[in-house]
Design a protein around this ligand. Sequence first.
Ligand SMILES: C[S@@+](CC[C@H](N)C(=O)[O-])C[C@H]1O[C@@H](n2cnc3c(N)ncnc32)[C@H](O)[C@@H]1O
Length: 272
Amino acid sequence: MTTAPQEAFLQAFHAEYPAVTAEAFGRGRAPDGRSSYEILCDQVAGSRRVLDLGCGDGLLLELLARRVGRQLAGVDLSSHSLALARRRPALSGATLEQGRAQELPFADDSFDACVSHMALMLMSEIEQVAAEVARVLSPGGVLACVVGGGAVGGEAFERFLTLLRRTVEETPASQRIPALGDKRTRSREGLDEVLGPAGFAAVGWETVPVCLTGPVEQVWAAVSGVYDLGPLDRATVEGLRKAFIAEVRDLTTSDGHVPCAFKIHLATAQLR
Ligand SMILES: C[S@@+](CC[C@H](N)C(=O)[O-])C[C@H]1O[C@@H](n2cnc3c(N)ncnc32)[C@H](O)[C@@H]1O
């Protein structure tokens, strides 16, 4: 399988929407009040040299930079997202490289931890990614990832996904996105299968609901950040927006908020 169409799609999408994930999910909150970025940051609290795989516009790296003395690096396919990361004053000392997780531009044993927020699940040739992460981590190093886990159910994200599925089915193939990533990254068993041969111990796995509840336009802004909307024409997206607003009307609470949530899986594995 060639990864070129998938990676070309991701680069083109993020050229247009370089900060879409941070904008969509940065304000999401788990039951304990933390964002999914903060949860991941806390997982590697004791690590000094940290690499962010698929770092996007650098929101997670900025959180990591709050600990003084850290050596930070980020890699991403998107030069446009990296340009935003480079503008963050907190990341002036970080190494930010355009590149592929399958061919990391770092020496062996460079990091104590590798983090990845909503990016591992998009990567093809995932065994190669696992081998590269193992190569750049020191023995005992940690990989900690957040991957998407879908809708919680009974709320706006679930309804959005139903509408989106219907819309995409009715859309010409030219407006559909290529299949992205390897679905084994979305389950504990699958990740064990990928990471074990690269030298990682058994994967730790936790599923956390993240709340995106808010006024309907704010909720729409969050859910419409998904990749599938990228190739759709303006009229189709506008039709979907109107259908979504109508579809969630009965969910709206007396304070004008629409309940919305999605699940994340937090996966951690230590290099033996
Ligand atoms: C959904 S965005 C998440 C960005 C950021 N981690 C965040 O959560 O805000 C996924 C990111 O992974 C990057 N990415 C996907 N596949 C990649 C690969 N093989 N190598 C490097 N970066 C990749 C994309 O360019 C994109 O910036």
